[in-house]
Design a protein around this ligand. Structure first.
Ligand code: MF3
Ligand code: CO
Ligand code: CO
Length: 281
């Protein structure tokens, strides 16, 4: 890393500056620890996602898990939010609020968690299926995972954010699904939602050029129907306008000298829990 970038990185204030932060690669160790705990939290929830369980119960389990590991749930009290998780069911695009709603057979559920470990944020989400998902739901979830991974696998120094967005969009639209435009990924590190915005669509060659030390999320939201979304009266829950199913996966990643490191990989190999079909009752 050039010396001036390094000096900028170690003095970068822990707040939103609008500038893309370049973290010294040593800081990746903090991101690894936060990312691993967030992934372990989602691993812990895999056997808990089943018929009859309320989404608030999943939130209680996650809050206890995070606090028991000496970490903080980043969403708790964030901009007035009151939960550890976002639990987004079926046609909910993102920011679904845990509640007394119980899970039913054939529901599909995104669980999104962000933890803070020693000041570093690990932000990740996955799709879970209650029982065996319907074929179209399975196709949507597979397409969304493939789109996220295509974006992540395109990341290396010199590539632009437009290239990354294009890689994501191409996979999702190739599966006749649509990319949500209103929500994006974000820089992540000692700040939860930092610069840059990571759009999940784009034009190759456009946008900021990736450099080693950048850390951000890739978190495409993909709909089976149209791309339109609306926010419910609670001020958080985003749903598809046409009530079509929506899916999302999210990893926190860092740009290395030669490519990309994923901080939120599942230590248990459960990155795609929607492919595990537990008993239906
Ligand atoms: N974890 C979400 C993200 O991926 C943010 C949730 S903010 C909350 O950026 F306040 F709704 F929790
Ligand atoms: Co998230
Ligand atoms: Co995020």
């Amino acid at each position: 890393m050039p010396v001036l970038d390094y000096v900028e990185a170690i003095h970068a204030p822990k707040r939103f500056t609008g500038q893309i932060k370049l973290h010294p690669l040593e800081a990746f160790e903090g991101m690894r620890r936060a990312g691993r705990l967030a992934a372990e939290c989602l691993d812990m929830l895999v056997p808990e996602v089943k018929e009859g369980v309320a989404t608030q119960h999943l939130d209680d389990l996650a809050r206890t898990f995070v606090l028991d590991h000496g970490a903080l749930p980043a969403c708790l009290f964030y901009r007035g939010y009151r939960h550890t998780l976002c639990t987004s069911l079926n046609h909910v695009v993102c920011h679904g609020i845990p509640s007394s709603r119980v899970l039913h057979n054939e529901d599909i559920l995104n669980i999104d968690v962000t933890v803070i470990v020693d000041g570093w944020h690990g932000d990740t989400s996955r799709m879970y299926a209650v029982g065996a998902p319907r074929r179209k739901a399975e196709r949507l979830m597979d397409a969304t995972y493939a789109a996220m991974m295509a974006g992540i696998n395109s990341i290396k120094p010199g590539v632009t954010l437009g290239d990354v967005g294009f890689a994501i969009q191409r996979v999702a639209e190739g599966e006749r699904c649509s990319i949500v435009r209103e929500f994006c990924g974000h820089g992540v590190g000692q700040v939860f939602h930092d610069a840059p915005n990571i759009l999940h669509f784009g034009v190759p060659g456009e946008g900021s050029v990736l450099k080693p030390g950048m850390t951000f999320t890739v978190e495409p939201m993909v709909n089976l129907g149209g791309a339109g979304v609306k926010i419910l009266a609670d001020g958080w829950t985003a749903v598809t306008k046409d009530k079509s199913l929506s899916a999302q996966f999210e990893h926190s990643v860092g740009v290395t000298e030669t490519g990309v490191e994923i901080f939120t990989l599942s230590p248990a190999g459960l990155d795609r829990p929607h492919t595990i079909h537990g008993p239906t009752a």
